[in-house]
Design a protein. Sequence first.
Length: 185
Amino acid sequence: MSQTIRLTTPLTSETLRELKSGDRVLLNGVVYTGRDAAHKRIVEAMEAGGQPPFPLEGAAIFYVGPSPAPPGRVIGAAGPTTSYRMDAYAPYLIAHGLKAMIGKGKRGEEVKAAMVRHGAVYLAAIGGAGALMARSITEAEVIAFPDLGPEAVRRLVVKDMPLFVVNDVHGGDLYQEGKAAYARG
């Protein structure tokens, strides 16, 4: 039976061990944004001896390129991006302390293995509901790569961001489990 769990960043492997695929999460605290272009720059900088634009240890990253903020809002629509686009970079970042990734769609085997090995999770945001997701964002500021426009790295503060655990630290995979449950009838 899935449960609803409140999480606050920074995250720890110990806290994430309590999660199971299918659990509902209400995420609070600081979340960073980044898509493939930003991931490429971050990993290249780190491999060259530089630092990432935010502390990776315990961090959560939301794969999103939000729309401009309308009057009176801190951010525009913030719907998740397809996550496999970051699969080339995710294992490296997970090995350096990243604890949660937020997006939509399935992840590759190398990413899932890195999550189990390093105690990280993959959380799904509601696709097609960017305006709803934006309601949980109370602060937003660009902190790196402003030339990437909507894909710049942002520091968000979120309150009760609604998410689902897709891949847990135990190797659970909601997408595979869902297909198996459907096949059983």
